[in-house]
Every structure is written in C-alpha cells, then in structure tokens.
Write a protein that binds this ligand. Structure first.
Ligand code: TPP
Length: 692
C-alpha cells in the first residue's frame, strides 16, 4: 500500500520523485528571461521576435526534467524554451539565439525562437521549425528509429528511449499532427504527444481546431492511444500526469497523448495585444498562473520562503549574466551564411549515418559491365539490394513498396528478402513519409523513402523544404541525409497528376542535391553515390525510361559510383551544343543524327556541370536546351541565363529552349506528343540555329 494511502495528509505532499528546487529555479529562470526580453531586449530592438512562455512554463519544465535518457529526443515549437532550459541548454545560447547573435544554435540564421540542441548528456532537441505542425512527423520518425536501433541493429543503448513532441491546441488541426498520430498508433511507437492547450491559436479559439475544443475528448475512441488530460497549472497534477505519460511510453513502448490546459499569459507574440480577449477573460487567465501555485505548493512544504527568494534572485542573476554573455557575442560574419548548405567536409554533430561511424566503401567511376543489359527498374533495384545487404542502416519505405514491390516494381522482392522492418509499406501520407524519414535520418539511419509519383510529393513539400535547410539553419549541428526516390514524367500517356517532372522545384529547395538519370548505368552510379553520401538527395526516376530499350545498360558493378555535377557528352560534334537530361536524352541523340552536335546529358541538376556546358558552347558557339518540364522558370531558364552571362561573346546564335509549353500534361497520346519536344521538332530547331 502506498504511503499516501496510509497517511492521507501526505496525499498532497510534493512528490519526492521530482527535484522541486530545480523545477522552481527553472521556472523562475524562464520567467526572468521572458521579462528581460519584454521589458528590455525587445524595446531595445535586440530581440526581433518574442514569444512568451509564461503559463506554459512549469508543465514544460516538469516534462523536460523527465527526459533523461541519452537517446530520447524531443521536438517542440516557438514556445518551447522552458523545456530546453530543463534539458540543460546553455542560457546564453537560448537568449543569444533569440537575439540573432553569433554562435548559439544557429549562428544568427534561424528565427531565434525555435530551437535545436544536440545534447551530449540527455535528450536532444530536434531542429524545430516555424511551420505549425511540422514538428510531428520527424518526431514519429525518431520514435520508429528507436525501435529500429533496438530490434534490428540490436543496440541496447536505445532501450527505454522515447520521442516526445510538443504542440499547441492550434497544431492539432495540422496535417502533421494527424500523419504522426496515424504512424505512432498504427505502428505502436514509443511517442508522447504533449499538447499544451491554451485555448487559442493566435486569436482563434480551440473550438475551431477540434469540435468542442478538447482534442483529448475527441480522440477517446482512437485505437492504440493512451490519453491523459488535466490541469497544467497545478503542480501536483501536472507532475503526476507527466510522470504517468512518460513512464507509460517508456515502459509499454506505446504512444500516449497528454493534454494539459495552460493559460497563455501574454499575447501570442510580443506584438499581439490580445484585443480579441475580453479583460475579464485575461484576468481569469492570470488567476491560473502556475507560478504562484508552485510557490504555495512548495513553500513551506519543500522550501522556506527565504530559500524561494534566494532561488528567485539566483535565477535573475543567471538570466542577466546570460544576457551579458549573449550581448558580448556580436554578429556572425555575413559571408558565413554561404556555408553549410551542403556537407563541406566537417561532420555535423547529429544526424546521418556518418555520425554513427559509417564509412563508405571504396568506389570507382569506371564501369565494369556485368552480363546482359538490364532496364532501369532492375538497375535501381539491384543497387538498393546491394546497399541493403552491406549497410544495415538503409531502410526503404513508401506506399505499396512492400509485398506488391511498388507500383513501378522497383522494390519487388526486397521486403521478402530483408524483412518488414527494413522495407515497409506506409500510411498514405506523403508528409508522413518524408517527415518520418527526417526523424530516422536524424537518428542515424539512411532512409530511402519512395513517393509514388512526382505530383504526390506536394503534400510533403513542407517536410522536403525543412529537411533541406536543417544543416544550414542549425549551422552544421544537425543534418538529415536521405535519398528521396520520386518517379515522374510522361509514360505511354500523360495527365496532370502522374506525368509532371517539375524537377526544378527541388533545385530551388536549398540543401537538396538532384539526380535525373537517363539510363540504367547512370542510375546505378548516381544512386550509389546518394546512398553513401551525407546530404539529402532527390533521385528522379523517369517513368518513360524505367523500361525503355534505349536506357538498358549492363550493370556497371557493385562498386560503381558517379560523382554529382559531372555531365556526360553522349554524342560529339562541332556545330551546336544540346543540353538535356532524363527522357529527352534519346530524343536529342536521335535528332542529332546526321548533324554535328554535342549532346550533353547533365545527369544531375544540383549541382550541374556548368563547366562542361560552357566549354562545349565555346567550341560550337550555339546552344539548344531541351527539357520536358514547362518552359517558364524551368531549369532551362537557369542554364540559358548562365550561358548568356558567361559565354555571351562566344555565341553565334541566340540561346534557344525547346520544352513543354506552360500547360499541365495532356492525357491522350496524340495531345501529349504534340506538347512534349519530339525528335522532329528538336531536329528542326537544330537546323534553324545552325543556319542562324
Ligand atoms: C503552417 C503554419 N501556418 C500558420 C502559421 C502562423 N502561426 C504561427 S503560430 C500560429 C498559432 C498556433 O497556435 P497553437 O498551435 O495553439 O500554439 P500556441 O501559439 O497557442 O502555443 C499560427 C497560425 C505557421 N507558423 N505555420
């Protein structure tokens, strides 16, 4: 029988499992930082965005003090500083980052109120984002990676580790919330959804986000989820609920949603006057302030009044000392913003297989052709199969890629061979697929997610963009290398959903490398480089080339790897340079027959081989760019601009582009053939330019 049951007067005594003096110190420190920003640093324009955590702070700190496992990870949002303080982040980093100063967690690059913390001593804070809801699916990915480390890699260091995501009541309406909830509950992952319900998303009441305003009530019938709910301002109740939630996820290896009600005691951000809240309501929120509740809970039961006063004074002194240290930091050298878009040789602190001791085997860029020619599908599958065999960190997932083997048959037989933990079907959520991959990559795995068709990467756009910027915005503290396989382009016919290429969108996402192979040999070489690299790679698999006779080549060997940014001249000549990639390469080759033309297959668009293109144009003095994507702002526009900038004086004719018009892809093959550059039209354009 518990002591409190024998002695009812102990029932309300502060739990001994909590280090209450530390909790009191951290809450007072968080308050001191908020106050310093509001009364001094914002008016002095040293902090540009301020989000007060007052009201949310105590419960977050109780949560943070429970995240003590070195493989725990948590991802929060702009109101999560109290949690970070509890994890042990340097206070000068917390404040200095909000001031955009050098050092800290982003060297002045990130917005300052979202955090990242590669904690060497306990739970790490995964790179947070400005987008509400973006935190959920990467956290689910970390939770899945914990289980992968435990059960596939048999690493005991992950036993009992958990993943914790923080979100407001507004965020429960976001796609990310539902995607992650589906993943965590269908797969029974050790993940805690910690929902801080302050009743508002900026000015919008929570009843707009979920009917009746209480997500815990509404999820009651959701299978596979333990739900806890209570008052996040009551120290005893909050501590008990946080304890129960964390213990359940750790012990049962199953998801929990904990909803705590808290008041938002200030505006959404410093600029927000809260004019939408009646005065009486604001007053009632202040009556729920957890700080006085904490003080009366602890004084005199745990602390004397003078001990409390001492702690308060120490918190204020520490906040001020942190401000002085932060102000002494200055601003980063502006030119330094050019660094860490991609891996530059200095390893990130966390994320990616390289930080877990992966050493890429030796490779060669000389093909050693083996056997008969194979199609691109077989070539990609064989490369994936080899890397799955030699590298236990490689994980494949996507829609229908398991027993079916993918709708393009690329992963056929791989689940059978490597098991359902390494090759698996996912729920139908592209945000879930890519966001989960981000979390898995951060946890040291090499995720290889598949998007079924190019257009269906759109629901994942936010996760794709945020993944690409992780290295840059954390100033090389974190990175999430992955290989995102995306089939696309026309096949026998077109349509607005299955036939887009729009590869240029990925080129426009900083931090992504982009491969667009045209044939089986290049696909092997580029995929192998991607799978062994340290950056996110978009690997575009052109549907028309997957089984095309032209694209069939002999398998170039298990050690064959192609560097990115090295184009291939597939036909040589003197009169014109044709720059192309993907499904347009064989058309350009055919059109160049009987002409004297260099046909350059770029093979990768980020980076792209400018030097090869410019060197060829300086010799041929003419340039035609052929691509399948739309003309306006397609990647050809970039090439044309570079040629105009850097080789203007070498040209004897205008730089020309032959592309799809700016229309969606038409379905009927006759209409499609009219829209996509044909051999005849490419040939006519060559003749026109050569005669110019
Ligand atoms: C995807 C996205 N849409 C809109 C915004 C603008 N925005 C920032 S915070 C916010 C409200 C979020 O409220 P909630 O999740 O309840 O968290 P709270 O601020 O109340 O702690 C909105 C709409 C955003 N950052 N991201």
């Amino acid at each position: 029988m518990a002591l409190a049951e024998l002695m009812p007067e102990l029932r309300n005594a502060p739990s001994e499992a909590v280090d209450w003096p530390r909790v009191a110190y951290l809450v007072l420190l968080s308050r001191a930082l908020d106050k310093m920003e509001e009364t001094r640093l914002v008016p002095e324009k040293k902090v540009l965005y301020q989000f007060s955590a007052r009201g949310h702070d105590m419960a977050q700190i109780l949560l943070g003090t429970r995240l003590d496992h070195p493989a725990d990870a948590t991802c929060g949002y702009y109101r999560s500083r109290p949690l970070l303080l509890a994890l042990g982040v340097d206070v000068a980093d917390a404040l200095g980052s909000a001031m955009g100063r050098a050092g800290g967690y982003s060297d002045g690059r990130d917005i300052g109120v979202v955090f990242n913390y590669p904690n060497p001593n306990g739970a790490s804070a995964l790179p947070m984002c400005g987008g509400v809801g973006a935190q959920y699916t990467p956290t689910a990915g970390w939770a899945q990676a914990i289980e992968y480390h435990r059960t596939v890699l048999k690493d005991p260091a992950y036993d009992k580790a958990i993943a914790v995501v923080l979100g407001g009541d507004g965020s429960v309406a976001s796609n990310g919330f539902w995607a992650a909830l589906t993943i965590a509950t269908t797969q029974q992952l050790p993940m805690l959804f910690y929902i801080e319900d302050n009743g508002f998303g900026i000015s919008v009441p929570s009843a707009f986000q979920t009917p009746g305003g209480n997500i815990a009530d509404n999820l009651e019938s959701w299978r596979g989820l333990t739900i806890l709910s209570g008052d996040g301002t009551d120290p005893a109740e909050a501590a008990r609920l946080v304890d129960r939630a964390v213990a359940h996820v750790r012990g049962e290896r199953a998801p929990v949603l904990l909803r705590l009600t808290v008041p938002r005691l200030q505006g959404h951000s410093f600029q927000d006057t809260q004019a939408y809240k009646p005065d009486a309501f604001v007053a009632s929120e202040w009556r729920r302030d957890p700080l006085p509740k904490l003080r009366s809970y602890l004084v005199p039961a745990v602390l004397t009044q003078s001990q409390w006063t001492d702690i308060e004074a120490r918190a204020e002194r520490d906040a001020d000392a942190a401000r002085e240290r932060a102000e002494a930091r200055g601003t980063a050298d502006p030119e330094s913003v050019m660094s860490h878009v991609f891996f530059e040789g200095v390893l990130q602190e966390k994320g990616g297989q390289w930080t877990h001791g992966y050493v890429a085997p030796a490779t060669t860029d000389v093909p050693r052709p083996e056997g008969q020619r194979i199609n691109m599908v077989t070539a990609i599958r064989r490369t994936l199969e080899h890397e799955l065999e030699i590298n236990p960190r490689v994980v494949l997932f996507g829609e229908d890629i398991g027993p079916k083997g993918g709708v393009h048959a690329v992963t056929l037989g791989l689940q059978e061979k490597f098991g359902f933990q390494r090759v698996f079907d996912t729920s139908l959520s592209e945000e879930g697929i890519v966001g989960r991959a981000v979390g898995m990559a951060l946890a040291g795995l090499l995720p290889v997610p598949e998007i079924q068709f190019r257009k269906y990467a759109e629901p994942a756009t936010e996760q794709i963009n945020d993944c690409g910027t992780i290295r840059w915005r954390t100033n090389n503290r974190f990175a999430a290398p992955m290989v995102l396989r995306v089939p696309g382009g026309f096949f026998k016919c077109g349509d607005p959903w299955h036939s887009q290429t729009n590869e240029v969108a990925f080129v426009h996402s900083p931090g992504w490398k982009v491969a667009v192979p045209s044939n089986a040999e290049d696909a092997v070489g580029l995929l192998r480089t991607a799978l062994r690299g340290n950056d996110p790679v978009l690997f575009f698999e052109h549907r028309a080339m997957l089984d095309s006779a032209w694209a069939r080549r002999a398998y170039p060997g298990d050690h064959y790897a192609l560097p990115f940014g090295r184009a291939k001249t597939t036909s040589s000549g003197d009169d014109i340079t044709i720059v192309t990639w993907g499904a347009m390469v064989p058309r350009c080759e055919a059109a160049a027959q009987g002409r004297s033309a260099d046909v350059i297959d770029l093979r990768t668009l980020m980076p792209w081989d400018k030097e090869a293109v410019l060197a060829s144009i300086r010799r041929t003095r003419r340039c035609l760019i052929v691509h399948e994507d739309l003309k306006t702002a397609g990647f050809g526009a970039e090439i044309a601009a570079v040629v105009a900038d850097e080789a203007f004086m070498d040209l004897d004719a205008p730089v020309a582009r032959l592309t799809m018009p700016d229309i969606p892809s038409p379905h009927n093959p006759v209409l499609l053939d009219w829209a996509v550059p044909s051999v005849e039209r490419i040939r006519a354009k060559i003749d026109e330019l050569v005669a110019f």
